[in-house]
Design a binder for this molecule. Structure first.
Ligand code: F6P
Length: 319
């Protein structure tokens, strides 16, 4: 039997638990012995690695977060700790690794592979949806649905009070969550880091809208824009003449029950990752595009600059 391990690194996403469940099921089906590495690269260094069976993944498919923990490991950036990690894997005869994480996690893995030759396959998992060459990262659909529900609730109170609401989404330097949420919630304004904006140029139009009967504004802003959300709210109060409030959605966006789409994508990503390793692939990431799932070499993924889908960006002209 060959040994295979999985770990989660970086921000957790809803969809990791379904992925862990299917990792165990599909590994056993392929006659592999599955192991969990707890708390990300920290657990790899601290030898927090355990063989697992079906019973370990019972009842987790509907849960957000990750049963095996995650971390943003500073120690894994140091060679001496990566050497310890390699020794821990050797002791358990593990030579195949699956990592659920984002761009930063994959960069660390790339270095680890080049130093020690441990075969790995990454599964893009971040609500930011900011990994090059894949159109979808696990957890994005669940996050978008939470944002949608939050905006729908805030709209009720915005309309009752004649208020502007500035709703801040996560995404680090990427505006994907904000843009898609603004579009699909019919927001009046969307500000993202990928697009320069000039609030002054909007003032006349916004004031006219109020004259014509508009009772509220919903503005969706990404956390990575140049201004903080309170500055945008102040602009509504001082320049547009409408009382404004800020709602920072924060970590609520990362948790919660995974959507059907994320559960299914978790299964599909895991199948592709395990198959790639069994076919002899050594250092890559499973990417998803409209042509389906494709294995891409890690260098290609981490060295291709990320760009937000230009087709989506075109919609910004209207918001
Ligand atoms: O990368 C995922 C993410 O949720 C970002 O959107 C956000 O900026 C960051 O993680 C928050 O990190 P932490 O949970 O460490 O505060």
């Amino acid at each position: 039997m060959k040994n295979i391990a999985i770990l989660c690194s970086g921000g957790d996403v809803s969809g990791m638990n379904p992925a862990l469940k299917h990792f165990v099921e599909y590994s056993l089906q392929k006659l592999l012995t599955p192991f969990f590495i707890y708390d990300g690269y920290e657990g790899l260094i601290d030898n927090n690695i355990k063989e697992v069976a079906y019973k370990d993944v019972a009842g987790i498919i509907n849960r957000g977060g990750t049963k095996i923990g995650s971390s943003r490991s500073q120690r894994f950036m140091e060679k001496s700790y990566r050497n310890i990690a390699k020794k821990n894997l050797d002791m358990l005869n593990i030579n195949m690794l699956i990592v659920l994480g984002g761009d930063g996690s994959f960069r660390g893995l790339d270095v680890f592979y080049k130093e020690h030759g441990v075969k790995f396959c990454g599964i893009p998992s971040t609500i930011d949806n900011d990994i090059s060459l894949t159109e979808y990262c696990l957890g994005v659909d669940s996050a978008l649905n939470i944002i949608k529900t939050s905006i729908d609730s805030i709209r009720d109170t915005a309309s009752s009070f004649k208020r502007a609401f500035v709703i801040e989404t996560m995404g680090r330097d990427c505006g994907f969550l904000a843009l898609v949420s603004a579009l699909t919630s019919g927001a009046e304004l969307c500000l993202i880091p990928e697009k320069e904006y000039n609030l002054k140029s909007l003032e006349e139009s916004f004031k006219n809208q109020i004259k014509n009967g508009r009772r509220y504004f919903i503005a969706i802003v990404a956390e990575g824009i140049k201004d903080d959300s309170q500055t945008i709210a102040n602009w509504f109060e001082q320049k547009i003449g409408m009382q404004a409030r800020v709602s920072v959605l924060g970590h609520i966006q990362r948790g919660g029950n995974p959507t059907i789409y994320d559960r299914l994508m978790a299964y599909r990503f895991v199948n592709n990752a395990i198959d790639a390793l069994l076919e002899g692939k050594k250092d890559g990431v499973i990417c998803y595009t409209k042509d389906g799932f494709k294995y891409k070499n890690i260098d290609e993924v981490v060295n291709t600059p990320f760009v937000l889908d230009p087709e989506l960006l075109k919609f910004l002209k209207n918001i």
